[in-house]
Structure formats: structure tokens, C-alpha cells
Design a protein around this ligand. Sequence first.
Ligand SMILES: *[C@@H]1O[C@H](CO)[C@@H](O)[C@H](O)[C@H]1NC(C)=O
Length: 199
Amino acid sequence: MGALLPFTLALLFINIAPAHGGTGCSELLVSGKHPIPDSSITASTSYPHTNSACCLNHFPHRSRINLVTDKNGNGGWSSLTQDDKQWLQFDLGFSRKITGVITKGREGYSSAGKGQYVTAYRLYYGNATDDMAMFVDNDFQPVIFDGNWDTVTPQMRDLDPPIYARYVRINPVKWNAHPSMRADLLGCPLTKDTNSIIG
Ligand SMILES: *[C@@H]1O[C@H](CO)[C@@H](O)[C@H](O)[C@H]1NC(C)=O
């Protein structure tokens, strides 16, 4: 499964590089070379109610794209409730150029059709959590992204046009079994040119 990621990233690079006017805009912004801290990953609700160090723990930090399940089956973020108002949010620390989204389902829990994964989602973004815009296409129509069809295969979605934002929310609108997922964002690496904190 882990071996799929470099392969699909390579495919993505080939497919989207021209659209984004340059190369190398496909770095993982959440859990890549410069990962954001767990505290920067939050959610509307998480299963169960309280973060149990012992057993059940589908809290937001478990949404990291390459997370492997523990012995208690905690292989992703899961919302507490099953409705289309739930979200998983990444705080990138400052506004970044974001060119794509990658998602997977909950790892290690897929027997008998019970695999938990998000099949469709909306995206919200902004520089303040009380001022988030829904991602729309070039004709300003709301976009519903296709998500996953199994728990293990990473699915990439291109953001066209790319967005510039500090906060991104993934809002599951359809799912199999339960709204559970792992995710990351794709964007440009930090360079001196972008006046960022990492040279
Ligand atoms: C966020 O702030 C940056 C500048 O700091 C700006 O370029 C970008 O357009 C802003 N994004 C949104 C969604 O307002």
C-alpha cells in the first residue's frame, strides 16, 4: 500500500504540472517533509466522544495519509455522527498554494463490505476558520469531489484552479459504512522565493 503512493504521486506530477505552471507543486503539505503538528489537525466531531489513550481513538491526528492502524483498529479519523455536516480540518500555519487533495479510507478495517471510506466530499478553505469558502469550479459551481472506493487506494484530486489558504476543511458528503478517512493536501514546496519560513 505504501508503495502505491510514490507511484500515484508520480502520475499526478505528470498530469498536473503543466496546469499549475511549473514543476514540483505536489509536496504533501500535512504529513510530508515538513509535517504540521497533530494540534493543527482538528475536526467537527470524532469517535468516540473523548480521546481515549487506551483503546478507541479515531481522533483527527489519526487522519495522516500513511497512518497504519494500531491493534485496536484505529486506522483513521472517524466522525462521531453520520451526517453530511462533518469536517476534517488542516491548519497549514500560513497561507499556502494548494494544488490537490489525496484521500484514503480507514486502514485495517475492511472485512465483509464494512470498509469505512468517504466516497464524495466538498472542500472549504480560508485564512480564518470563521471565513471559509466552498471550493467552486471555473464556472463558480460548487464542486463535489469523488472520494474513495476502498480503504487502501490513495485517490488524488486536482484543484483547478489551485487555492491559496491557511485552513482547509474536507467535508464528507457520502461514505461507505461510516465517515472515516485519511488525507493530505498537495502543494508547492517552501522555498526562499515564496518568502516562507523554511529556506
Ligand atoms: C490568504 O492570504 C493570502 C495572503 O496572505 C492570500 O494570497 C490568499 O488569497 C488568501 N486566501 C483566501 C482564501 O482569502
